[in-house]
Design a protein around this ligand. Sequence first.
Ligand code: NAG
Ligand code: NAG
Length: 323
Amino acid sequence: MGLLVFIDTIALCLVVSSALLQRFEEAPKPDGSLSFLVIGDWGRKGAYNQSQVAFQMGVIGKQLNIDFVISTGDNFYDNGLTGIDDPAFDDSFTKIYTSSSLHKQWYSVLGNHDYRGDVEAQLSPVLRNYDKRWLCLRSFIVNAEVAEFFFVDTTPFVDKYFTEPGDHVYDWRGIHPRKKYISNLLKDVDLALRESNAKWKIVVGHHTIRSAGQHGNTAELVNQLLPILQANNIDMFINGHDHCLQHISSIESGIQFFTSGGGSKAWRGVVNKWKEEEMKLYYDGQGFMSVQLTQTEIDIVFYDVFGHVLHKWNTSKQLHRPS
Ligand SMILES: *[C@@H]1O[C@H](CO)[C@@H](O)[C@H](O)[C@H]1NC(C)=O
Ligand SMILES: *[C@@H]1O[C@H](CO)[C@@H](O)[C@H](O)[C@H]1NC(C)=O
């Protein structure tokens, strides 16, 4: 009896220590497959082709019978939401992504522009209730059996928002002390990745790790997050921040880096040099990305504002990895 209680206590501790990031379960299709769209940097009340992109997402979403949508952040421009009653939530989200195929769960992270508003509003259950599709948290995990998704709050990593905020006021409630926030987050992500048995491990954040766009690589993430992603052999990192569509196939790490930040304002006209053998797509305009995956295969497609295919990529894994 005493031993049982002891074992129970250990088991409980193990569960608690790995349950720091909130988890959600997403049922795959009956055949075990999964499909979803990824959009980033979008909330501009329909302007800058946001509505056109939304329309095409609806078309492709229907074709692929998507299970959910991922938002890579910068959900509401220019300065996030002013509160839970900000009409921007309707004008940039509810009334824009109206196609029936997009009436699925949206899993959203926060971008730096979201941190310039009332962060708590975007995280609030009030908005989740108001539009049932909406789910935005700082960092969390979605387990979809065939794949596990690790959403990471990247804005607090970036030094310049703290040291040179300029005219911007950031809502750092819940982040201080910053060092501890970041170190705890890194620990939680590392642990969750290590414990994951999913066939595909996909990490999502707002900021870039590898990008030839205007913002380039985010040094803080390269230094602090990337080593953890590499050590845990993740399959792909998906971000926004640079307002483009991009696929970098890292030779050194084997990680695929996807930027889906073409949800509205784009055409920045800044593309930096990159190794040709790694750069699979750089598109400076608007659009979005689709992902279809099974136990053995993953298929990625990028689309422009007309729904035309810009780039396709796939890879496969054996059903049972040789040990
Ligand atoms: C909207 O998309 C079209 C087609 O890519 C492009 O020519 C146009 O400049 C875009 N408009 C804006 C405001 O970005
Ligand atoms: C995967 O991509 C290759 C080209 O890289 C293509 O030949 C093949 O048809 C693709 N497979 C599927 C299932 O789309």
